[in-house]
Design a protein around this ligand. Sequence first.
Ligand code: FES
Length: 409
Amino acid sequence: MAVRRLNPEQPAQFAFTADNLAWAQDTIAKYPQGKQASAIIPLMWRAQEQAGGWLPEPAIRYTCDMLGMAHIRGMEIATFYTMFQLSPVGSKAHVQVCGTTPCMLRGSGDLISVCKNRIAGHAHETNADGTLSWEEVECIGVCANAPVVQVNKDTYEDLTADQLNKILDGFLAGRPPKPGSQTGRTASCPSGGPTTLADPALYDGSTIGAWKKRFDETATAPTEAAQESAPPSALASPAHKEQVAAGTSPASPAAGAPPPLHPAALTAMANAGLVKELEERGGGKALSAGELDRIKADMIRDRAIAGAAAAAAASTVVEPELLKEPRGGTADDFSLIWGVADKLVDKLHAIGIWHFDQIAKWTPENVAWFESQLDGFKGRVMRDKWIEQAGKLASGWRPDNKAGERPKE
Ligand code: FES
């Protein structure tokens, strides 16, 4: 794979549109406290879409700043993943040709020749009118249908040079061909058609009733595991056996207290709840496999949102010790804390934090308060171990490097 470098010509700056900014803030809020940096990939992807299919260097810095990340971290991500384009791409199609072994053995060299002859002699260059561009990439995960290219967000599989030419014609004419295998096979099934899971009833929703019945039975019948987990003295006692024989067994073997449930029984009960919710969401009608999958995905998403909201509501913030001015008129040198740049020093002072010992005393609740004062900052204090660094600095230790010493992972 070619070395990935930033384009020599870059725009002066980048900023999200109002819509994208709102979307980015929503996206960041989905990540747990302290893990907001994980939003870097979706944010960069949205920045790339906004910039016309490539990721300018100011956009990398912009997204890093939103997440309180060092710019080099964003650079590492953007230069590693070939989903991020570092140079302008064709306005109608950017072709990524897989050159990894399975595709190479099945003819990716011919596809690269098409790109060189038809688009540009070198990867990451556009054709004369700027409509097409190409590059060679590593495996894009469709090896069973090699050779493969990805065009924009879709893959085109089982290709020949002629087919790739037709695909390019389609994009140039504004009529992109249908993605997937170009030999007509479904997904990666055998070329003569599927040989397993061929019963149409598996896909028409007619088996849903049997599926539900099975879950209902599992949920209500006492499982072997649940019986095993009940107190042996109660289940095996002669009195209990007599009650069972006479049909007068109490609901629970121990007076008034239900026997403990085995995890398997709890799982079955949870599944019963799932079935009920599925029924409600499906409006009581027979569901096709596709509808079922969609409803299940909705349920998982709704639960995730509810969980995140509950976690956010439960988090507490406590204001740490703040000072109007530095003690003795001199602030500690915060640039000695690794990861604290000049801009952050100014912000710390503006808030009322001047000394290492103030930071060294922070509790998790103080960190949460501090992070709530800065946009897009969450996670850096703990990730860069500010409290540990500040503690050492407060006790007189000094790093060799003026910009601080990176804490050990
Ligand atoms: S080797 Fe080409 S898609 Fe995996």
